[in-house]
Design a protein around this ligand. Structure first.
Ligand SMILES: *[C@@H]1O[C@H](CO)[C@@H](O)[C@H](O)[C@H]1NC(C)=O
Ligand SMILES: *[C@@H]1O[C@H](CO)[C@@H](O)[C@H](O)[C@H]1NC(C)=O
Ligand SMILES: *[C@@H]1O[C@H](CO)[C@@H](O)[C@H](O)[C@H]1NC(C)=O
Length: 355
């Protein structure tokens, strides 16, 4: 009899943990944590999050997320007990010790009639549809008018991928994202890597030419937007638009075409891609292991691009190093940013052109 009194609470406690843990497992999926620079974390796509609360435990943090509107992902710091909640995204970034951080995302919960809180990018009563690109999410007015991490599914035969979306204006899908505040990512890569993509959407990344090709196949006309952001507060950013942006398939080396350039009316970037004799219109993509430039351009510029078959290679370099020993291998945009190389961010995005 004496043993009972001890056993009973112990049993109840383990049953309690079993129930809580089972419901936890059915609601959440553990995801990855990436280490990033602290300014990258502050400057990230989801830097604000929804809320940050101190929390007793991982389980408690998950309960906070479940009961918080729009929480789809949470991050728990075992050391500081900080529970951070986010509206979107699969994985987490931190500037703390990665081993102390746990990241989970919510599975969506369905009954017979409908599902609640689909991941961003998914929609429909059963979350059965996924947007093809961020313009589609914008045109269907599915998502709030802001920058978010989102899932897209550009080709039915291809994977669902995660990108940065701007659900404003026409809805921008970022295909290239370089932020000097994030850990440096090497862009000197092979054609296979440029085709599949590299990096991760919280930091620096290249989405992948195969994905870009699939996005561009889904609509009649796209615009490529180029945005440079600078350190200086007086002159903050410039922007350029390339209408009629398209690329061909892998067999044709993802040859690029544009119809015309137009600068932002208030802060034009200038045209370093299609002006005069140095237009890259019609050029195939080159990497060090698949070089159509005949002038070692991927080696000299330190990354892949649609290089010319000419010693000049290109009037632009957005895939080199931010500051390198030589001008040609450093980020630059000769028309019209001259020899200015103090870019803070360089982003390329595609948007459906409707008119
Ligand atoms: C979490 O923190 C917010 C402030 O950031 C506060 O308003 C809210 O009441 C807190 N929620 C809980 C459950 O502690
Ligand atoms: C874009 O290029 C692909 C492959 O060359 C082609 O099939 C497609 O029709 C082009 N799209 C437009 C709008 O020209
Ligand atoms: C790019 O990578 C290749 C293969 O690793 C290497 O041979 C080449 O030197 C690299 N180029 C630069 C500019 O670092």
């Amino acid at each position: 009899m004496a043993g009972w009194k001890v056993l009973l609470p112990a049993f109840t406690l383990s049953a309690y943990f079993w129930i809580v843990t089972a419901s936890f497992d059915s609601k959440y999926i553990k995801t990855q944590v990436f280490r990033e620079g602290s300014n990258c974390v502050k400057d990230g796509f989801d830097a604000m999050g929804i809320m940050e609360n101190r929390s007793r435990s991982l389980i408690h943090c998950s309960i906070l997320c479940s009961s918080t509107e729009n929480c789809r992902r949470f991050m728990f710091d075992k050391e500081t007990k900080l529970c951070s909640m986010f509206e979107s995204g699969e994985n987490c970034i931190t500037d703390e010790e990665v081993d102390n951080i746990i990241c989970y995302r919510q599975k969506y919960v369905c009954n017979k009639l409908h599902c609640t809180r689909c991941p961003i990018g998914y929609y429909g009563d059963q979350c059965q549809h996924i947007i093809q690109d961020c313009s589609e999410g914008r045109s269907k007015l599915l998502f709030p008018e802001k920058k978010m991490l989102s899932f897209i599914h550009p080709s039915l035969n291809g994977p669902v991928i995660e990108v940065n979306c701007l659900f404003e204006w026409g809805g921008l899908t970022y295909i290239h994202y370089r932020n000097y505040n994030c850990l440096e990512l090497d862009f000197n890569r092979t054609m296979d890597e440029y085709a599949d993509g590299f990096g991760h959407p919280h930091g620096n990344y290249w989405l992948g030419l195969e994905h870009v090709y699939n996005i561009l196949q889904n609509y009649r006309s796209f615009e490529l937007q180029v945005v440079f952001t600078f350190d200086s507060p007086d002159w903050n950013w410039v922007q350029g638009f390339y209408y009629g942006f398209n690329i061909s398939d892998r067999l044709d080396h993802y040859r690029v075409t544009f119809s015309f350039y137009s600068g932002s009316p208030t802060s034009p970037s200038g045209d370093s891609l299609t002006s005069g004799a140095y237009t890259i219109n019609g050029r195939p993509f080159s990497t060090y292991d698949s070089d159509s430039s005949n002038h070692d351009c991927p080696g000299r510029f330190n990354g892949g691009w649609w290089y010319l078959d000419d010693p000049v290679c290109s009037r632009a370099n957005v895939n080199g190093k931010r500051h390198d020993t030589s001008f040609e291998s450093s980020w630059h945009w000769q028309d019209d940013l001259g020899d200015r190389t103090s870019f803070h961010k360089v982003n390329l995005g595609v948007v459906r052109f409707t008119s």
